[in-house]
Write a protein that binds this ligand. Structure first.
Ligand SMILES: Nc1ncnc2c1ncn2[C@@H]1O[C@H](COP(=O)(O)OP(=O)(O)OP(=O)(O)O)[C@@H](O)[C@H]1O
Length: 373
């Protein structure tokens, strides 16, 4: 399985730069997500790796080999798209076997054999070599589609079709698996199941995987590392926990998880505590910052609703509940504090009272949990 290295990748379309300074070093066997809003350049990056786009400048190496001059079919990348791109008139087995068989046939007298194969497929008379049959059935078992092998792909659900697409990519034993928003067409529940399926297969096969998504939860729950992109550039690369706990910019703090982001001015820094003026409140943080104007980032779960017993916080604020949203195991409160609306997540314990709009609350935040950017 191959590593994927991009160095100083740049792509212009008709003079407009849509990718620049893209540097990535994706390890062998890693599950790597490209995460960012629509139009930030995720798909273009992926298409450059696959060989469907030629970069304006920069290098791409797969398994240590510069692939600049290789066409897509010689890059050994498997691809899975949002639209499954299956052959609707073929059954599941034929869909998965197709490229594998073509590859075999191309080894000798390709044109004649491929023509015969296609005609046989159309008249459903095709007989595959034993090795191909075994490979296809093994991979169908892997994606739990053994019982559907003879069904037309048009007779399958979205999730099943996506598993056929996955099987079709995997059966070729690619060095790298490229997945572009593969779960976007599925409903929420199926998306969660497919996340687990893809992750399980990826870990079993240890196949280097690059996964494009605009859904931060998807990236966080699946990837070993994530590159967050915006406007054609990479803003930060890190593990899900890195990005969540140490976002370098407020864009990332906001895009990866939910954040309270407040504009403030540093008024003093002493005894390991930086004091920031935010409106008429002072907020203490353990982080040091050289600049005066800062953004204060506080994650919703790091704000504690005080109940008189747990009041021992260096930062406390008075607020009024604006909205309470019950989310199953948590309750999310929007709390008005001065001029700001803070999002506060609390664990919901069965039978506990949920606070109501208009109720006054005291909130506490530890300075360790206050990030300054
Ligand atoms: N063939 C093309 N010709 C001109 N511009 C293009 C072409 N392909 C992509 N672009 C532009 O490049 C930018 C990046 O597009 P890209 O599809 O890579 O973004 P993305 O992050 O994958 O977005 P989405 O999540 O919406 O698919 C966009 O502004 C897009 O309009």
């Amino acid at each position: 399985m191959g590593s994927v290295v991009l160095e100083q990748l740049r792509k212009d379309f008709s003079g407009v730069t849509v990718l620049q300074n893209i540097n990535l070093d994706i390890n062998e066997g890693e599950f790597f997500a490209l995460l960012g809003p629509s139009g930030c350049g995720k798909t273009t990056t992926m298409r450059c790796i696959a060989g469907f786009e030629t970069p304006t400048s920069g290098t791409i190496k797969i398994g240590g080999k510069d692939v600049a001059n290789l066409p897509p079919n010689e890059r050994n990348c498997g691809m899975v798209f949002q639209s499954y791109a299956l052959f609707p008139h073929m059954n599941v087995f034929d869909n998965v076997a197709y490229s594998l068989n073509i590859k075999e046939l191309k080894k000798s007298n390709p044109l004649k054999k491929i023509g015969v194969y296609t005609r046989m497929l159309n008249s459903k008379l095709v007989k595959y070599p034993k090795e191909i049959e075994k490979k296809v059935m093994d991979i169908l078992e892997y994606v739990e589609l053994t019982n559907h092998a003879k069904k037309l792909t048009s007779e399958l659900s979205g999730g099943q079709q996506q598993r056929v697409a996955l099987a079709r990519a995997l059966v070729m034993e690619p060095e790298v698996l490229l997945m572009d928003e593969p779960l976007s067409n599925l409903d929420l529940k199926l998306r969660h199941t497919m996340r687990n399926t893809i992750r399980r297969i990826q870990q079993d096969l240890k196949i280097t995987t690059i996964f494009v998504t605009h859904d931060q939860e998807e990236a966080m729950s699946m990837a070993d590392r994530i590159a967050v992109m915006k406007d054609g550039e990479i803003l930060q690369i890190g593990t899900p926990t890195d990005l969540y706990s140490n976002p370098k910019t407020s864009f990332i703090a906001d895009f990866v998880g939910t954040s309270n982001i407040l504009e403030g001015t540093v008024v003093s820094a002493e005894n390991d505590l930086t004091i920031v003026q935010v409106g008429n409140q002072q907020i203490k943080s353990k982080m040091k910052k050289d600049k005066k104007e800062v953004q204060v980032i506080i994650r919703p779960e790091n704000i504690i609703v005080l109940n008189g017993e747990n009041d021992n916080y260096d930062n406390t604020f008075e607020g009024v509940i604006h909205l309470a949203t019950y989310l199953g195991n948590t309750v999310r409160y929007d709390v008005k504090v001065g001029d700001h609306m803070l999002v506060v997540d609390t664990i919901y314990e069965s039978g506990a009272n949920i606070k109501q709009s208009g109720e006054k609350v005291r909130l506490g935040v530890s300075p360790e949990r206050v990030l300054l950017i």
